[in-house]
Write a protein that binds this ligand. Structure first.
Ligand SMILES: NC(=O)c1ccc[n+]([C@@H]2O[C@H](COP(=O)([O-])OP(=O)(O)OC[C@H]3O[C@@H](n4cnc5c(N)ncnc54)[C@H](OP(=O)(O)O)[C@@H]3O)[C@@H](O)[C@H]2O)c1
Length: 324
């Protein structure tokens, strides 16, 4: 396994982060693994040297955190555990969502409970909250660091001007700042290259892209997207503009290069992300041990500059997607 320093934290993480949105309970989404299979996957990831795991309070309504916590029992210190808050957890309780001090403090306690841990390594805000002043959010998060409940703070999809404001606010108030950006970035969605990625680079912020395989669209020919349970039922996948702006041709070029190199399409899509200096670790989502192993093997693929250019060439700007 290759490791990298996450942004400016000094903390080492594997170049692959395992996304835990696919673990928890199939009652939440049909394609989600139940406890036993989820634990098996986390353990295989640890065997392969993956030490970085991303979950959220909302995944499987908390079950994903519980499964991850259970899988890491007795091996907690080896892992870097990231989770998130923001989305409303209880439809009857408006304070179970958002980024007010009340919501953050309660949701953090709930996450720690489910994970069965005293400390979360990376606590992230899942989205921006227009209803709470960023000063309040940053103070509540900084207090959680002072209390020892959280080691580092991170953010996820938002506009670059909002992220810049949060960094500026922390610096102005002498508070811990966000050290990572978990954003939507893959060969079929590159709008982050305009503003967010240069900002992260300038500020020493670690970048950990979500849906690096475009929720599976980069892992198989586009006409076969519906071939899997997730392909048929993942409504979010269909809402992203993956096949606007030249996406179909990008998908075909990934197929062509994969065939030429004798590797899987998913491995080419990941190798493209590994070729980007701004990216610390893509957050790979999988329910299959073979696919997890393939992701790790993709670290050995070195794309040439001309391969990268050729894969990128058909892309045209698409509507911003993933901020809501
Ligand atoms: N911050 C946010 O707003 C946000 C949003 C979305 C996701 N996330 C995070 O990002 C993680 C990954 O997201 P994602 O699941 O959408 O990501 P993804 O990695 O882009 O896509 C996962 C899909 O790719 C398929 N796949 C993986 N490897 C494959 C291979 N070698 N061959 C064929 N298919 C393959 C998986 O199928 P199999 O299950 O069959 O392997 C699965 O259907 C999540 O777990 C979560 O932690 C965060």
């Amino acid at each position: 396994m290759e490791y990298t320093t996450l942004g400016d934290t000094g903390m080492e993480v594997s170049r692959i982060c395992l996304g835990c949105m696919s673990f928890g309970t199939s009652d939440w989404r049909e394609w989600v693994l139940d406890e036993e299979a989820g634990i098996e996957l986390v353990n295989r990831a640890l065997d392969l040297g993956i030490n970085f795991f991303d979950t959220a309070n909302m995944y499987s309504d908390g079950e994903s955190e519980r499964v991850l916590g259970k899988a890491l029992e007795g091996q907690r210190d080896e892992a870097v555990v990231a989770t998130k808050c923001y989305f409303q957890m209880d439809e009857d309780d408006p304070n179970s969502g958002g980024l007010s001090r009340k919501a953050i403090e309660q949701e953090l306690e709930n996450s720690l409970d489910r994970l069965g841990m005293d400390t979360i390594d990376l606590y992230q805000i899942h989205r921006w909250d227009d209803d709470t002043p960023i000063e309040q959010t940053m103070r509540a998060l900084d207090d959680a660091v002072r209390r020892g409940q959280v080691r580092y703070l991170g953010a996820s999809s938002m506009w670059a001007h909002q992220f810049a404001e949060s960094l500026h606010t922390s610096d102005r108030l002498g508070l811990d700042r966000f050290v990572t950006m978990q954003n939507h970035y893959n060969l079929l969605y590159r709008e982050e290259e305009r503003e967010m990625l240069p900002l992260c680079e300038r500020e020493g912020v670690g970048v950990i892209p979500w849906s690096p395989l475009a929720r599976g669209y980069l892992a198989r020919p586009h006409e076969e997207f519906d071939a899997t349970t997730r392909g048929q039922s993942d409504s979010h996948a269909k809402n992203h503009p993956y096949f606007e702006g030249g996406g179909r041709e990008v998908n075909e070029r990934v197929q062509e290069l994969a065939a030429q190199e004798g590797v899987e399409m998913a491995q080419i899509a990941l190798a493209w992300l590994f070729s980007k200096d701004t990216v610390d670790a893509p957050i790979v989502g999988t329910t299959s041990i073979e696919h997890l192993e393939a992701a790790v093997e993709a670290l050995d693929i070195d794309l040439s500059d001309s391969d990268v250019e050729w894969l990128e060439e058909p892309y045209e700007p698409v509507p911003v997607s993933g901020h809501d």
